[in-house]
Design a protein around this ligand. Sequence first.
Ligand code: S3P
Length: 451
Amino acid sequence: MTAASSAPRPRRFAANGSLRGAIDVPGDKSISHRALMLSALAVGESRVIGLLEGEDVLSTAAAMRAMGAQIERQTGGEWRIHGVGIGGLLQPEAALDMGNSGTSTRLLMGLVASHGITACFIGDASLSRRPMGRVIEPLSAMGAAFTASPGANTSQTLPLMLRGAAPAVPIEYRLPVASAQVKSAVLLAGLNTPGITTVIEPIATRDHSERMLAGFGAELTVEQEGGARVIRIRGEAELRPQTIVVPGDPSSAAFFIVAALIVPGSDVTIRNVGLNPTRAGLIGVLKDMGGSIEFLAAREVGGEPVADLRVQHSALRGIAVDPALAPSMIDEFPVLFVAAALASGTTTTTGLDELRVKESDRLAAMCAALTLAGARVTETADGLIIEGSGGEPLQGTPEGTKVATHLDHRIAMSMAVAGLASRDGVGIDDCRPIATSFPVFEALLAQLAGA
Ligand code: S3P
């Protein structure tokens, strides 16, 4: 069931003592999407252990099934996928419903673009506002044809119809925006394109696609050239089925890291957190703010660095966040803003234009939400400036008022965390979107509060 198909679920989150104990966060969302897509293109049976069973990833699974892959969950939670082979995707009979998931949409557009099939992509109200021109542009250059809906500000949006090219044309594409989704869309299109498809990435973004494509046996190279990352993939490859163990999602862990830092008396261990350097920016920033975060049992899981994190309540100091770190913590800014609201002094963030085109406009949404909860926040064109409370709890939202989450899971979870460090609690208009990425968030919160 997607958020759009049921009634809103409002909830008030209030202070409830310290958070204590140990939790496991579910599998990484980015890696889970890619594990399903590449397994569905391999010849033979792949196994995925620790797949995130959130709505976004289930949208990817449903789409890959609609294009011919067999995907089944075993009792015990392991997933088995029989792939169709590169070039073997079938034309879906109905529109592919991407729900709230931008990653499913953009990466699958890449896959369809180099297959001789036509697919219609639809999504919820949030996804239908998000810009698709950023993937339509390179995929059109590869030969795919699009009919998109006209969005606001001359952007192209869902619903859209995509007719793939067979064969597609290899391109060399320099990313105009730091986006792992755009990079991955072009690389995935390159999988079924004769010759070599090249993506030039002036600013590094999460590299899960590159790691996993190489793991499945694709011919892929990554080189540093003139200060940029240059990724080349040879098409018409054959992918070999794999067993993938998905590490815990650092973007989900982020909510509990910040919660433990700002709720007095807290001492929380979060097990199995993925620490790929292209994702781990938040941890360094929180440590620079004075956060006590210890790495325990550092190891490798599924080709990704992982550790258990012990986080204790800390007096945080505001800082100026280096905009160069943005790609490595792009999904973590909403909850960083909450940490900043409880710090002493001013936190300044810049270079965050991309936050305006996520599941919501996260700069506007967090400015409004934190302000309603009593924080002192100024919105600029490309960031927020936050005057922290110096560790004093926020007032919370006035009785009967609720922050607007705009169908954005990360706004809902960030403001839930803010509620834990407030006098009166924080009302949230709708908690349904939490299920897109972190269905057990509220259960884990209850577990730590009761421990
Ligand atoms: C993702 C890339 C990021 C991120 C999203 C997941 C991915 O989006 O915000 O949650 O899995 O590739 P952009 O590529 O738009 O920055």
